[in-house]
Write a protein that binds this ligand. Sequence first.
Ligand SMILES: *[C@@H]1O[C@H](CO)[C@@H](O)[C@H](O)[C@H]1NC(C)=O
Ligand SMILES: *[C@@H]1O[C@H](CO)[C@@H](O)[C@H](O)[C@H]1NC(C)=O
Ligand SMILES: *[C@@H]1O[C@H](CO)[C@@H](O)[C@H](O)[C@H]1NC(C)=O
Ligand SMILES: *[C@@H]1O[C@H](CO)[C@@H](O)[C@H](O)[C@H]1NC(C)=O
Ligand SMILES: *[C@@H]1O[C@H](CO)[C@@H](O)[C@H](O)[C@H]1NC(C)=O
Length: 761
Amino acid sequence: MNKIQTFITLFVIFVSLLGFCSTKNVKDLIVVSVATRSTDGFERFNRSIQVYGLKLELLGLNQPWKGGDVVRRPGGGQKIRLLRQYLESVQDRDDHLILFTDSYDVIINGNGDEIIKKFNTFKANVVFSSEKYCWPDISLATLYPKTDDKRYLNSGGFIGFASDLYRIIQLAKDINDDDDDQLFYTKIYLDKKYREKIGIKLDRNSQLFQNLNGEISDVEIRFNQGSNIVDNPKNADAFLFNKITQTYPIIVHGNGASKIPLNSLGNYLAKSWHPAIGCISCDENEQRINLDHIDHDDYPHVLMAITILKPTPFFPEFLEYLTSLDYYKHRITLFIQSTNDYHNEQIDKLMENFRNYYHDIRYVENKQAKEWQLRNNYLDECTRVNCDYLFVVDSDARLTNSRTLRDLIEANRSIIASMLVRPKEYWSNFWGTITNDGYYSRSHDYVQIIKNERRGIWNVPFISTAYLIKSSLLNLENLSANENNNHRPLSYRNHQQHKNDDNDDEKSFDADMYFCQVLRDNGIFMYVTNLKDYGHLAQMDTMDVSLKHPEFYEIYTNEYEWRKRYIHENYSTNLLDETIIEQPCPDVYWFPIVTPTFCRHLIEIMENHGQWSAGKNQDPRLAGGYENVPTVDIHMNQVGLEQHWLYFLREYIRPVQEKIFIGYYHDPPKAIMNFVVRYHPNEQAFLRPHHDSSTYTVNIALNRPRIDYEGGGCRFVRQNCSVTNLRLGWSLLHPGRLTHYHEGLTVTKGVRYIMVSFVDP
Ligand SMILES: *[C@@H]1O[C@H](CO)[C@@H](O)[C@H](O)[C@H]1NC(C)=O
Ligand SMILES: *[C@@H]1O[C@H](CO)[C@@H](O)[C@H](O)[C@H]1NC(C)=O
Ligand SMILES: *[C@@H]1O[C@H](CO)[C@@H](O)[C@H](O)[C@H]1NC(C)=O
Ligand SMILES: *[C@@H]1O[C@H](CO)[C@@H](O)[C@H](O)[C@H]1NC(C)=O
Ligand SMILES: *[C@@H]1O[C@H](CO)[C@@H](O)[C@H](O)[C@H]1NC(C)=O
C-alpha cells in the first residue's frame, strides 16, 4: 500500500469507528417513566411532557411501590423490572429512542427534536446522566475511566435505543425490587466489555441531563428574547444554563437533596414563567375552580382559623379585613384561639355583631397552650365541622384585598398562601428556599417576588400566616406521598423536639417550620401567590401594651393601619393640584389632617398621663426654665411621643406646608415645642396675644366647639380675623412671628383641647 492508500484505509476505519453508532436513524422518541402515584411532582413532570409535545409511557401507576425509600437508602429495583417488562414489547425497534427518567423530581425543558439532536452528538447507543457523587457505592469511583473526570453515573435519567437498553436490562434478570437500580447500571457501565460493545457513554457535560444535587450553584435560569413571545406564549422558553459547562441541559433532575432548588427552578422551566408574559402556568389551568357559578348554599364550607399568639396591634382592623372578605358568611365557621385575653372585648364585640351571619363563631382562650397545640386544634376542628377548606389566618396577617379567600380557593392548589410582606422590609410569609437543615435562605428570585416585579403562583418550601388548605389533605389516605409512599399525618407538633414539653426550645424549629417540613416530606407542593396584591404583615414586636392606646405609638412600625385609623380620609385631597386649601384668615390655612379617633386617643393619652403644667412662666420642662406665654399643657415628650410627632410633621404636615408656602423647604421639619393645650374656664380659659417661636405653627382642633365647649378659637390681631367654628381633626397652619400676632379666645364652658407645634423655631 502506498501512503495514500494507507491514509484512505485508516480514514475509512476511523470514520466507521466514529460512525458505528450513527448507523441507526431515530424514528421516534418515547419518554418512559415510573410513577406509582400521581403526586404534585408527577403532575409537574407530566405538564412538561405536554408542553413539549413528548410521548409518555408511564409504568407502574397505582401499583404499590416496593422500591424502598430511595431518599435515604438504595433501592429502585422495581423500576428496572417495570422497564424490562416494557422493553420486551419494543426490543426489536432499532429506530426507537427511549428516554427513561424519574418523574417526581424531573422537569423536561425541550422538545423531541432538541433531545434527539443532542443525543446524536454523543455518537453512542446509550447515554447516562452524570453527577458529582459516586452513589451508592463510593468505592467504585476508582473504577471509572479517567476520561469521565470525576463524573459518576446517575440512573435518574438515561437515553438509548430500545434494543440496546433491552440488552442492558436483560442483564438484570435476578434483581429484586428493593435492589438499587443505580448500582446495577453503574456496574454495567464500569464493565469495559459492556460499555464498548453496547456503546454506552456518560453525559459528563450536562448536554442533555442536569442532576442538581451539589450543582445548584452551577446553574441559572435564562430567558429567550424576541418579539414573538408576547404573541405566543408557546415561544416563551426559560432555559437552564450551566455556567461551568456552558450548556443548556434539557432534562432537569432534582436528585438527592436538591428537590427544593428544583421546585424553585420549576417555577420557570417548561414555559411556566417568562418576563415578557409573566406567569404562563398560572393561567393555563383549565382546572381552576370558578365560584361564580356555584349556588351560594353550595359554596365550600371554610373553617377560618384565627390564631392570636401575642397582643396584636390594630386587631379591630385585622378583624374588619376578615369580615369584609367577599364570601358567603354562612359558609364560613370562625374558630378563634388566643393565648392572651388582651382582645377579649374586641372578640366579644365581633361575636355580638356577626353571630347571625357566620355559620358559627367559636372563641377559645388558653394562656397555657403551646403554639403547635392551637394549630393542631384547627386541623382537628376542620375535620370535626366537616370543612372543605381550612383557612389559616394569624393575627399579624392584614388581608386588605377582599378577594383573597376566593382567589385562593379558585387557584385550586392543595395548599396556597397569599403573599404578605412587611411594608418596606424583606420580611414575608414565605421562604424562597431553605438550607439543608431546614432554615430560611434567600432564593435567587425572592426580592423580585416580594417587590412584585415578578408575579405568579410560586412553588416554595415554607409558607405561614395566611394560607388555605384543602381538607382532603387532612385525610391521611389522601396524602400523595413521596416515592416511598410513607405518609406522615399533617401536624404542627415536632415530636423530636417536644419530648419534654415543659422545657422545649420551640424557637429553633417552630410549629410552622415543622408543619411545612411534613408537607415537603409528603411530596406536597406549597404555593404562595402574588398574582394580585393581597395585603401585608403587621409588625408584632413593637407594641407596648402598658401604654394608653399603644397603637397610637405605631406610626412608623405599623404605618399602613396607623394611617388608616388616624389620618383623615380626605387628607390626600389636600395635596391634589386642583384643591385650593381654605384660608379663613389671610395666610392662615385650614385643612383636614386627622380622624376623630386620633383626637380622642390623644386627649385620653394626655388625660391619662395627667401631669398638666401649671400655666406659669416658670417651666422646668424648658431648657431656659422660663415660658413667656405659658399654657396649661403636656408636651409630647412627656408621653413618649416626641419622635412620633416629628415623623408626623415630616410625613403629613410638611407636604401641605410646601404646597401653601411656596419655596420654603425644610426637611425634616424641626420642632421642640409640641404639646396639647387644655383650656378650661376654671383653669386657663384664654391666651393673651403673642408671637410663636416658630417659622410656622400647626394647631389641630382635638374637640368640637358648641358641643364639647363654648367660646374659644383663635384671633389674629393684625388681620382682625378670628377662627371660631373650628372643625374636629382639622389643622390651622400660619406663620409664627411678625405677621401673625394672635391670641386664644376665652372658653366659657367645657374643656377645649388643641394640639400645637412650633415648627422650625
Ligand atoms: C398527563 O397529562 C395528560 C394531559 O393533561 C393527561 O391526559 C394524563 O391523564 C396525565 N397523566 C396522568 C397519569 O395523570
Ligand atoms: C382542581 O384540581 C384537582 C387536582 O389537580 C383536579 O382534579 C380538579 O379537576 C380541579 N378542578 C376542580 C374544579 O376541582
Ligand atoms: C380523600 O379521602 C376521602 C375519604 O377517604 C375520599 O372520599 C376522597 O375522594 C379523597 N380525595 C382525594 C382528592 O383523593
Ligand atoms: C371627605 O370628602 C367628601 C367629599 O367632599 C365628603 O363627602 C366626606 O364627608 C369627607 N369626609 C370626612 C370624614 O369629612
Ligand atoms: C374688626 O372686625 C370687626 C368685625 O369683623 C369690625 O366690626 C371692626 O370694625 C374691625 N376693626 C378694625 C380695627 O378694623
